[in-house]
Write a protein that binds this ligand. Sequence first.
Ligand SMILES: Cc1cc2nc3c(=O)[nH]c(=O)nc-3n(C[C@H](O)[C@H](O)[C@H](O)COP(=O)(O)OP(=O)(O)OC[C@H]3O[C@@H](n4cnc5c(N)ncnc54)[C@H](O)[C@@H]3O)c2cc1C
Length: 483
Amino acid sequence: MDISQNKKSQMEMATAGSTDIIIVGAGVAGSALAYALGKDGRKVHVIERDLSEPDRIVGEFLQPGGYLKLLDLGLQDCVDGIDAQQVFGLVLTKDGKNSKNPFSLDKFHPDVVGRGFHHGPFLQKLREKASSESNVRLEQGTVSSLFEEQGTIKGVKYKSKSGQELTAYAPLTIVCDGCHSNMRRSLCNPKVDFPSCFVGLVLENCELPFAEYVQMILADPSPILFYPISSTEIRCLVDVPGQKVPSIATGEMANYLKTIVAPQVHPELYHAFLASIRKGNIKSVPNRSMSCAPCPTAGALLIGDAFNMRNALTGGGMTVALSEVVVLRNLLRSLHNLNNASATHKYLESFYTLRKPLASTINILSNALYKVCCASSDPARKEMRRALFDYMSLGGICSSGVMSILAGLNPCPWSLVFHFFALAIYGVMCLLLPFPSLKRLWIGSRLMLVASGILFPMIKDEGVKQMFFPVTVPAYHRPAPVN
Ligand SMILES: Cc1cc2nc3c(=O)[nH]c(=O)nc-3n(C[C@H](O)[C@H](O)[C@H](O)COP(=O)(O)OP(=O)(O)OC[C@H]3O[C@@H](n4cnc5c(N)ncnc54)[C@H](O)[C@@H]3O)c2cc1C
């Protein structure tokens, strides 16, 4: 199906000015939301800058929790027919030793597992589903700004595919224009951090040492990931710390990968890794995290990467975006009339609290895990990294507890804090037993300080009240306005 083709009836709907909701951006969040709202009977106008299939190295692994959200939205068939690969857990590798950590999926339907795939075909499937809804009009165009009148967003200004400057009107605009969002400035106060870049390669003609598992090497200076994205291809993401990475164009990157990274790669993947460098299809993407305080504005809402980002190490971004779609769809189901802007706005404020449990646990786990997984010359940090590997290797609740948060299946912030400090305490015990020394005691106490220094600022950024005591936030209880 040509998804950029406009349907006649949909054009009539737009010209009649009967749009309920404008969605800016048909990425993962925008397409899934358009489908969900269209299915619920809302007239939706989606404006997407580029409707052709993207070729990106992001969003290629969907956590089991993300798949659960696809099921909830009726979008599970979007992982069919794209050669998606089932993934059952994570293998950590440190100093040649492996720790195998399956997802705890016993409580779920056998279909609920992780999935690796190419991002482009998956996204096109989501867009096709959205445009298959008769209430959804998916248009190619670039939104330049929000259109505001007396403090309320009334729509957007955009340039159509043919270059026409147009204005689209709707009582509610949902902005999901991704990590480079132009629109977020007026809707939130972003705090962006660029800890590193991810360099992507595709490995062919090889098998993962642990089939159907994501493999993460705790390498020096920082982690390397491998996971299947088709029946014949393995994605390798190499984390390169800092914002300035060796140049791909001059060959510095290829040299870095050959000399620093290749010797740390699994022997089974070594030759395919070198072959992939020789082939030259190397891509690099900044790895951003961004916490955000919303500036609530009547008539508009932010979701997905436009609102919040976390370290890509744990592949949680699409799971957060899809869970936000579910939260928003459920909220909007109780709201029949969107035309009272201030009542709608007050009611929808609860979105920012209701999304918290899942978003904050995934955000903190990925950002904290990244800090713990990077190599360091600081003995306390070294011990913390060793403790992570040993703690996960204990198996049982230690492994399954962390894995269920990582998978997006346990949105309980208390579990996250429990496992983080259990890991730190385990690290201290390993240092002190059986023969403590003054030096080990000193490193152990520094390890606890490092752990607190990682976790507490992240919790503060997320908001203690919203994260741990959401019921004390007034917006949490706000009922839908009566028409
Ligand atoms: C290196 C890396 C690897 C990652 N790997 C994973 C992973 O394995 N698993 C995972 O779950 N997450 C991963 N992520 C995160 C994931 O890609 C994002 O969280 C997810 O794509 C967010 O979806 P979104 O809809 O908010 O944004 P996007 O998917 O980026 O969509 C935004 C859309 O808005 C459109 N747009 C932008 N500006 C405009 C405009 N002005 N007008 C109209 N349209 C516009 C864009 O064209 C785009 O289609 C990764 C991120 C990085 C950086």
